[in-house]
Design a protein around this ligand. Structure first.
Ligand SMILES: O=C(CO)[C@H](O)[C@H](O)COP(=O)(O)O
Length: 232
């Protein structure tokens, strides 16, 4: 599958969310960071804002729930219009049941791992998912430095995905920029969340296409599935 860029609106101007969403309409997804001030020490937005954003843009929404009790809330984000819903495994009471419910409601089901959470205990869950998110910063804030120490986890996750022959997407989020995206792509990531690297740029749409170009350069020809190109 092709490499995908998902700009994070956490770094956008919240007083102009509709315009900021339109500014990145060449992106594959709009990454929406939902934080509850419990699972992470920050508070952002909820279901009504996601519903409104969905009316303001044609870009599908990739909702990253950094909240407690995602088992209760995630289905509501599907109903609000999210095309992909990511819950944290550290917060979910029943991750398999939740992934199945998200899929049954018509969205892509995705599970996130904080930096200190290993992938290996979740190998058997991978077929239940459409995407796995490896956090490359501690969740909670935009603009943090990329954690290089996550690169081996990205590689090991890619190996597990390929070992099982899954179509699962591998997303990275946190500190992804022109300086770090190539390393993420080489390690096996294929969906890249970028907040400050996109919304901190003079031209967000141009930043999206530059990031896409760098990821493609790191993995092979444009449009070529990353693992085929690199033999992962
Ligand atoms: O999930 C997040 C923070 O918890 C954000 O999506 C992420 O940090 C994006 O911001 P940046 O690209 O500036 O690091």
């Amino acid at each position: 599958m092709a490499l995908q860029i998902s700009p994070s609106i956490l770094s956008a101007d919240f007083s102009r969310l509709a315009d900021e969403a339109k500014a990145v309409e060449g992106a594959d997804w709009l990454h929406v960071d939902v934080m509850d001030n419990h699972f992470v020490p920050n508070l952002t937005l909820g279901v009504p804002v996601v519903e409104a954003l969905g009316k303001a843009t044609d870009t599908p929404m990739d909702c990253h729930l950094m909240i407690e009790d995602p088992d209760r809330w995630a289905p509501q984000y599907v109903e609000a219009g999210a095309g992909s819903v990511t819950f944290h495994v550290e917060a979910a009471a029943a991750p398999v049941r939740l992934a199945r419910e998200i899929r049954a409601k018509g969205a892509r089901a995705s599970m996130a791992l904080k930096p200190a959470t290993p992938i290996e205990p979740y190998e058997d869950l991978l077929p239940e998912l459409d995407m796995l998110l490896v956090m490359t910063v501690e969740p909670g804030f935009g603009g943090q430095a990329f954690l290089d120490i996550m690169l081996p986890k990205i590689r090991r996750t890619r190996q597990l995905i390929d070992k099982h022959g899954l179509e699962l997407w591998l997303q990275v989020d946190g500190g992804v920029s022109a300086a770090t995206i190539e390393r993420c792509a080489e390690a096996g990531a294929d969906v890249f969340v970028a907040g400050s690297a996109v919304y901190g740029a003079q031209d967000p749409a141009k930043a999206v296409s530059e990031l896409r170009g760098l990821a493609e350069k790191a993995t092979g020809a444009p449009g070529t599935p990353g693992h085929a190109a690199t033999g992962r």
